[in-house]
Design a protein around this ligand. Structure first.
Ligand code: 6MZ
Length: 352
């Protein structure tokens, strides 16, 4: 097994519907093709395409949502995505997803999220133990026989949503705190929507004790990027299209950055890995965490992202281990979970 696979890892930026296995996506599409709901060959062509611009990625998400958005499927993909992360030794996962309403199949944002939680519940098996609620952490940490993964949920607000819809998502997150929901993410096509639309809901979320992470700077937009940084989110994702003033704010506010190398390169948000801002942020010791974004859509894995950092920037084993370990500082879960993860890294350090 490659070393990066065996090292314990923390994943903080993973979108549920972007992390579906290709095999599952094709199976679901084939079923809908057989029913005549979609044309399977068109779908297959898009799924199998490797390089996509940012615009094409969002078209793909709309297509993915056509085949995944019913309760049974949401439960299934949640289970599979968690199992896939656990299989490559992700020990803590913050999984984000956009609660969806679809009246034609009786789906509300709440029932969508309940289907996600059902998926988490169904993960436990003979060789894998999951913890997704703070209540059971003590019992979970005592069980030493199985592989373990701690999962917490972030609810995403899609940039296509209105203020009222964003507020509904925040209220849902508050209602579902005891089911492992700990925060809010703002994501979706960065060329759509206005910061002012989401700001009231994000501000309310933070006032109510939820953590907030923002997709920030996937496209150039100085006014929005600066407003986002001044909001002082708990973390931001991407930070690709920053100007000098935005870098200055990011550094002075010390906002942790979720780095998604493969995603940024595949969507051509960054022209090549050697000019990626990872290098500068890493050298300056700015808080960063390696993440996947969408393992399915970008055919990557967290281990692959660590391997990429090693080959592109020449980081050795100890440096990569430290990078993985430091991610614990930036998780949104509380101290109890942090302590648990610190124990995992202490024990892993003895085997280096
Ligand atoms: C912005 C992204 C994204 O929520 O249906 N999403 N938003 N930038 C990205 N980088 C390329 N990757 C994924 O997962 C899919 C949704 O996550 C957001 C988009 O809103 C996409 O529709 P869920 O589980």
């Amino acid at each position: 097994m490659e070393w990066w696979v065996s090292v314990p890892k923390v994943e903080l930026h993973a979108h549920l519907n972007g992390s579906i296995r290709n095999s599952t996506l094709l199976e679901l599409a084939r079923e809908l093709g057989d029913k005549g709901t979609i044309v399977f060959s068109d779908f297959e062509h898009v799924i199998r395409k490797n390089d996509r611009t940012l615009r094409e990625v969002f078209k793909l998400f709309d297509l993915i949502h056509v085949v995944t958005t019913d309760h049974k499927t949401i439960t299934r993909i949640t289970k599979e995505v968690v199992e896939d992360f656990a299989a490559e030794n992700v020990v803590y996962l913050e999984l984000r997803t956009t609660p969806k309403r679809n009246d034609s199949i009786g789906m509300s944002k709440r029932s969508y999220m309940e289907a996600v939680v059902d998926g988490l519940r169904s993960v436990s098996s003979s060789n894998l133990d999951i913890n997704f609620s703070c209540d059971d952490l003590e019992k979970f940490s005592k069980n030493q026989t199985k592989k373990k993964i701690i999962v917490r949920l972030l609810l995403s607000i899609d940039r296509r949503e209105s203020t009222a819809s964003a507020m509904e998502t925040v209220n849902l997150a508050l209602e579902m705190k005891d089911m492992g929901v700990i925060g809010i993410d703002l994501s979706g096509n960065p060329t759509v929507g206005e910061w002012a639309t989401f700001f009231p809901a994000l501000k309310f979320a933070r006032e109510q004790g939820l953590s907030v992470t923002l997709h920030c700077g996937e496209v150039p937009n100085s006014v929005e990027i600066q407003a986002m940084l001044d909001f002082l989110p708990g973390r931001i994702g991407h930070a690709c299209c920053f100007q000098d003033e935005e870098w200055r704010k990011l550094r002075s506010y010390k906002i942790p950055v979720e780095i998604c190398l493969t995603s940024n390169i595949r969507t051509e948000t960054i022209s090549s890995v050697d000019v990626h801002h990872f290098a500068d942020l890493y050298k300056e010791n700015h808080p960063i965490v390696l993440c996947t974004d969408d393992t399915g859509v970008f055919s990557t894995s967290l281990s692959n992202e660590y391997a990429l950092v090693s080959s592109a920037f020449g980081l050795g084993k100890m440096e990569l281990f430290e990078l993985a370990r430091k991610a614990v500082d930036f998780i949104f879960a509380g101290n109890e979970v942090k302590m648990e993860l610190m124990k995992v890294y202490e024990s892993a350090a003895t085997t280096l």
